[in-house]
Design a protein around this ligand. Sequence first.
Ligand code: SF4
Length: 382
Amino acid sequence: MVLLHMATLKDILDHHVAEAAPGLYEKLDRNRVRCYSCGHCCPIADGQAGVCKVRFNRGGTLYVPWGYIGGVQCDPIEKKPFFHAYCGALAYSFGMLGCDLHCSYCQNWVTSQAVRDPHAVVSPAGVTPEMLVREALHQGARLLVSTYNEPLITSEWAVAIFKEAKAAGLATAFVSNGNGTPQVLEYLRPWVDLYKVDLKSFNERRYHQLGGRLQPILETIRRLYEMGFWLEVLTLVIPGFNDSDEELTGMAEFLVSVSPDIPWHVTAFHKDYKMTDPENTSPETLMRAAEIGRKAGLHYIYAGNLPGEVGDFENTRCPDCRELLVERRGYLITAYSLTAEGRCPRCGKQIPGRWDTVFRRQITDHPYVPRRPISSDLISIS
Ligand code: SF4
C-alpha cells in the first residue's frame, strides 16, 4: 500500500474515478444526469457534484470513486455489529471517503467528512480488489466489509471488491446509513450478504438536521428485509436527541412491522466530533431502550458500547425457551451453543441469521490495524 500524502483530496477525487454503473444513473437533457446511488437522487448539472461531493458529472457522464481506500482495519464482526452472522469472525473492513449525510456526532467523521471538513485529514491509498482480498485472507478474515464512509455512495467500487471476495469464498457486508433506493439495492443484491442500517431517529425534523429524510431509510429497511439481505439495525441512543420513550417506541414498532426477527442494537453515545453537549448514554438509558424494544415485540435486542453494564442485553437467547445461545461481553464471545444448523439446542427453534456450522475461535475481540502493507505495488494517482 502506498500512502498518497502528496496528493490533495481533490486530486484523488478527480483521478480515482470510473463511470457510474448503468443502473445507478440516467442521462437527462442538457448534459445533466440523475444519480440513484442514494436516497437523495441528485439531479447533477454538467461540471457539478452531488450532495456527497464524490460523484460528479463531467460532460454528461457520472463519475464515481474508484481504486483507492481511505483506511482498513481488522474488526471482530461483533463490532460492525452483526450478532446473527458468523459469530467471532474477523471482518476485514475498508472505507473510502465521503458521505451523503453530515451527522454532527459521526464516529467515523475523519473519513466520512473528509471532503467537507478541512479538519478531517486522511491518507488514502491506491489499491486493487485483488490486493484487498489477498490481505483479508492473509489476516484470516471471514468477510470483507465496506464501512467507515457511507458505502452506498461508493457502491461500484465495493461491488468490484466484493466480486473478487466472493470468488475467494469470503462473505461481504455493508455498514450503512440506509439512505438507499430500489436501484442501488437491486445493484447490490448479488454481491452483498449482510447489511447493517443505522436508524438514527424516528423524527423527520431530526433527519433533516443530519442532511437526510426518514422515509427513504424506512423504505430501505423494508426492502432489504424483503430482498433477503441479512439485516441488522442499529440505533445510537443519544440523550436529548432520540432517547424519548415515544421515539424509541416508534422505531421498535416500525421494525416489528417489518419483522420481529430483525436484531436491533441500541448502543451508547460517547461525545464525538461536533456533538459534545449531550451526556454520554448511561446504562439505565440503554436498558430502557432495550426494554422498549422487547415490549414492542422484537425477539433480539442488544445493548452495546457498555460491556458488562447492561445485564443480559449482550447475549442471544432463544425467544421461545430462553436458552442462552451466545454469551458475549463486549466483542468477546464467552459461550456459544447454537447447533450446526443455527438452532436452539434445547427446543430446536431455528434462530434467524447466517451461522457457520461450527463456532471457530475468535482471532481477535478488539479492532486492530494490520501492520503488513497491503502490497508493495505502487499505484500513482497522478
Ligand atoms: S450518491 Fe447520493 S448524494 Fe451522491 S450524487 Fe448520488 S444521489 Fe447524490
